[in-house]
Design a protein around this ligand. Structure first.
Ligand code: ADP
Length: 740
């Protein structure tokens, strides 16, 4: 090989070595760079870890210090809690799930004074054993064993009932134990000694009060009986005396005896009723009754007072409201008598309107009834409206002082309505009048509600004449609801002007200023309306009977008149047809007597037979004198046995039965009569006469089979009402010449 070639080869080898060196150097520096980066990352990571470690160390420090603070707080809270538990006067202890005592306050431990064993760790069972065996508690009628067994069973139950323990020192503790989560039990021993003593005192006081109340009730029952019996003689004889020929002075004396006796009875009744309500002894005796008729009966009794005043009494009974309900008619009547009686008493002129509306619910068979009694009397100051419902409360002012009263009527009324589940309310303006009302919900009777007569087509136009707007409004509304067109006139003069040939009937008030109803009729007849039927309305029809113009009218109706009767009369007059039967009522007799001859009752064959069983001779005398003017066959029996005999052979249409009689009392006699009547289809009405007026009396009486109940002293009008109600259709009129 040439030198040149060798040199070239060396050069090539050197170049290759240099290139390799360069390559290796590049690789080396790349590896160095990578190493540098790595070292950097590691350094950073170390830094971060160091920072984290520092943070954790800090946090640990903080947690440590927080823990110390928390521990200190817990210690304080625990100390406070324990201090509080120690301070309470009642015993406090807690047990673990194994029923071992964890801790207890001094009050709890004090009971075990001297027994060092009672300390944390002792079981509940051992505590019970110590209590019983060491005589710490009075186990009463139980043996020590039984007592421990009873207490242990109680303790292990999931939620132990509180139990009262009597300690050896006559202290009472109530144990209240509460099982918590995990089985721990907190046990409270409440010292209830003062409560137990107080309860014992209360019990003793209540027993004493009940005994006194029983004595009071017995006294009231006796007083009621003892006062009523002689009062029957006083009031009854005074009433009879008033019917005899007396000079003016004697009349005054007799009337005073009668009215004072009656006033005394009202007071006795009020006080008796109130004490019955107070003693929660007032019970209701629901039975079917006719509300509309009940209102009319109450107002009938007030007619004499109304007639002595320039007062008109109007009943506005919603035309479409049923009248037969189930309730206690006696108590409903009492409420109505109080409210209507007050309205009449505190009103000297103007009117008293009784409005009855209601919302029947045929689905449940009940009806919400709303009765309002409006008057135009003295009214009540606003500030006294709440006061007057309190017992013995009256408005104390000069106007009010002129009126008698006990101040119990409204208190009794409110309580009675409350017992019926209703409410009473009042609105009033002093000097203008008052409106008292009540709402009650009563069941509707299953009996057929009275149907209003269907009106004949010929009755299209009725002329209503009344100077009182309220009367015109009610009559006009009632007639319009029956599709009759009504022409209202406020005076006879206006009626005389408006009268024309279209009018089918005139319904006219009698007592009108300027020209009365009869004068108007006379005038109309003179002007050629000889055939148009005219019906007069008067609150005292008897006073019009003998009036010379009486013959010009077709009838004189007693105001207020039940709707059914008014419509029956109107319909009858226009159609000339007898109307369908309407429920009979005592007042109806007098109204029917106003009909022309041809309209009156069927031919009578015999007198009505009445039996009165009464052992007291004075009362027999009073009774017979009261009924002296009636055309009836009256017989007496002196005891229940005699009453039975007379009933068998005399076949009375009605029996008045005294309750307390020798040999056989009125209740027994009635039971016997009802027994003998059973299956014969007969049922003689029997009315109890009794001097007892306390609750419970009427229950026993009605349960014995008597139909009605009258308390003594007997009132002629009430007896008469019962007689008229039971009068058989084949008997002679009981009031010859005058139906009442
Ligand atoms: P009494 O009527 O026996 O005084 P109440 O309890 O029935 O007792 O009534 C209490 C009082 O309420 C009455 O004395 C009277 O002051 C007032 N009062 C009741 N009703 C009316 C009324 N319609 N108009 C005016 N005052 C009345």
């Amino acid at each position: 090989m040439s030198l040149v070639n060798k040199l070239a080869e060396e050069r090539r080898a050197r170049l290759a070595a240099e290139r390799l060196l360069e390559l290796k150097q590049a690789e080396l520096s790349a590896a160095n760079r990578k190493l540098g980066r790595h070292a950097l990352a590691l350094t950073r990571q170390i830094g971060e870890k160091q920072a984290e470690v520092a943070t954790v160390r800090d946090e640990n420090e903080k947690v440590k210090s927080d823990l110390t603070v928390a521990n200190a707080k817990i210690e304080v809270a625990e100390r406070r809690l324990w201090h509080s538990i120690q301070t309470i006067e009642d015993g406090f202890a807690f047990f673990d799930a194994e029923s071992r005592l964890i801790g207890a306050n001094t009050a709890y431990l004090n009971v075990f004074d001297g027994l060092d064993e009672v300390a944390p760790g002792i079981t509940y069972k051992r505590i019970l054993q110590l209590m019983a065996e060491e005589g710490i508690i009075d186990t009463g009628s139980l043996s020590c064993q039984d007592w421990q067994g009873m207490m242990h069973d109680r303790w292990v139950s999931p939620s132990p009932e509180p139990v009262v323990l009597r300690l050896w020192n006559d202290q009472y503790v109530k144990m209240v134990d509460q099982r918590g989560l995990g089985g721990d039990v907190v046990s409270l021993a409440l010292n209830i000694t003062s409560t137990v003593r107080y309860e014992a005192e209360l019990r003793a006081a209540r027993e004493k009060a009940e005994a006194a109340n029983r004595a009071k009730s017995a006294f009231l029952a006796n007083m009621s009986h003892e006062i009523r019996t002689p009062m029957n003689g006083v009031v009854g004889m005074a009433e009879l005396l008033c019917d005899t020929v007396l000079d003016e002075e004697q009349k005054l004396y007799a009337n005073t005896i009668k009215s004072s006796g009656e006033a005394l009875l009202v007071i006795i009744n009020d006080v008796l009723d109130y004490s019955k309500i107070e003693a929660d002894k007032m019970t209701l005796h629901p039975e079917p009754f006719d509300l509309e008729r009940c209102i009319h009966e109450v107002t009938m009794l007030m007619q004499p007072t109304i007639r002595n005043k320039a007062l008109s009494l109007v009943i506005d009974y919603d035309l479409f409201l049923p009248t037969l309900f189930v309730g206690d008619p006696g108590r409903v009547r009492q409420v109505l008598t109080n409210l209507i009686g007050n309205a009449v008493k505190f009103t000297s002129e103007g009117h008293v309107v009784i409005r009855v509306t209601g919302v029947p619910d045929p689905v449940v068979g009940r009806c919400a009834i709303h009765v309002a009694i409006e008057d135009t009397g003295i009214g009540i100051p606003k500030a006294k409206l709440g006061h007057i419902f309190g017992e013995f409360n009256q408005v104390e002012n000069d106007r009010n002082r002129q009126f008698d009263g006990t101040g119990l009527g409204l208190a009794i009324t409110r309580r009675l309505i409350q017992i019926m589940g209703g409410t009473v309310w009042v609105e009033s303006e002093e000097g203008r009048g008052s409106c008292f009302g009540f709402r009650v919900t009563l069941s509707m009777s299953d009996e057929q509600q009275p149907v209003l007569p269907s009106f004949p087509k010929q009755l299209r136009n009725v002329l209503v004449v009344d100077h009182l707007a309220v009367n015109r409004e009610i009559l006009s509304r009632q007639l319009s609801q029956l599709s009759v067109s009504v022409i209202c006139c406020a005076s006879a003069a206006e009626a005389s002007q408006k009268m024309d040939d279209e009018v089918d009937l005139v319904l006219c008030d009698f007592d009108m200023p300027a020209m009365d109803g009869l004068e108007l009729t006379q005038k109309l007849r003179n002007r050629g309306w000889a055939e148009i039927p005219v019906l007069l309305l008067s609150s005292n029809p008897a006073s019009v009977q003998n009036h010379p113009g009486r013959g010009h009218v077709q009838g004189i109706l007693q105001k207020p008149l039940p709707r059914a009767e008014l419509f029956a009369r109107l319909s009858k007059l226009v159609s000339g047809q007898p109307t369908q039967a309407i429920p009979s009522s005592p007042e109806r007799e007098s109204r029917e007597s106003d009909l022309p001859e041809s309209d009156t009752v069927p031919v009578a064959r015999r007198k009505m037979r009445i039996l009165a069983a009464e052992d007291n001779r004075t009362n027999q005398l009073v009774f017979s004198k009261m009924l002296k003017s009636l055309d009836i066959d009256l017989r007496f029996a002196s005891n229940g046995l005699e009453a039975l005999e007379v009933w068998r052979e005399f076949r009375p249409d009605l029996i008045f039965m005294d309750i307390s009689m020798p040999k056989m009392d009125g209740k027994q006699a009635t039971v016997e009569i009802r027994r003998q009547e059973a299956g014969t289809g007969r049922h003689v009405p029997i009315v109890a006469l009794t001097a007892h007026a306390m609750t419970g009396d009427s229950e026993g009486i009605l349960a014995a089979g008597l139909d009605h109940y009258l308390t003594k002293p007997l009132r002629k009008d009430l007896i008469l009402a019962r007689i008229l109600e039971s009068q058989p259709s084949d008997s002679l009129p009981i009031c010859p010449g005058n139906a009442t």
